[in-house]
Design a protein around this ligand. Sequence first.
Ligand code: SF4
Ligand code: SF4
Length: 282
Amino acid sequence: MPVEDWRVTQWHHYLAEGRHAEMHYLEQHLEKRLNPKLLVEGARSVVCVALNYFTAEDFPADSYTLSRYARGKDYHDVVKERLQKMLNSIADLTGKAYVGRAFCDTAPVDEHYWAWRTGLGWLGRNTQLIIPQAGSYFFIGTLILTEEIDAYDAPQPNRCGTCTRCIDVCPTRALSPHTGLDARRCLSYLTIEHRGALPAFASQVLHPCFYGCDRCQEVCPHNRFSTPTSCTDFVPSQDLLKMTPNDWHTLEKETYQRLFKGSAVKRAKFEGLKRNIQQMQE
Ligand code: SF4
Ligand code: SF4
């Protein structure tokens, strides 16, 4: 049930080298992150599911953009609601009132590891879960169950081969073939989690995406399999897609609140979004 030794070592190196930047919550509850039994008493099984968030609707070519995952409703809410329904169904099937807990990026669960371990896909050099014939534009949901399951899936082999496209495209050299991701250099971390001014090396290469970064997914050859999601919650609103660069520069709090009501973008707060837009160099 605990994660395997190689993953434990990976986590210890990642934290010791400070590659988690200021995400101190990753240091806290590390033991729980490495062992679901410490998070869910009586845990016996892990089930992972993936929900596609790729949409056909996109920003026009001359617009500023946001990372794909942040264009619709907050995935925490959407995925959690579906997971809860799964839990309820499992409870009904077993006739038990409690069968475990549901997680989607809200607790110390090593979701990428478990998604790999449960056979959903492999972890690419861009650190994303890549699902064969489907790509990486997916949210991961995890159930930690107190029930045994009849048969468990085996992990998928890594199919990155000799490809290094994601490493080569990263404008801030945040990806290493040996150590993985350095959040201190990642635009996704810097535009969302980082507080204070953006470092110059980041603001120089942000344009046109001022929230998150999809470059290392966009170049991944396995994302040629992406197809539009059937989950309408992730479809961006026309109001969002119609925003011009000038609209973004003159964005006021009222419009921000309307555009991002119920969205994960609220994590960066209005001030954080304004900072990104103002510091983005064209
Ligand atoms: S999200 Fe962007 S900045 Fe971060 S590793 Fe990928 S390409 Fe680099
Ligand atoms: S771009 Fe290439 S190396 Fe990177 S995750 Fe995709 S297949 Fe793997």
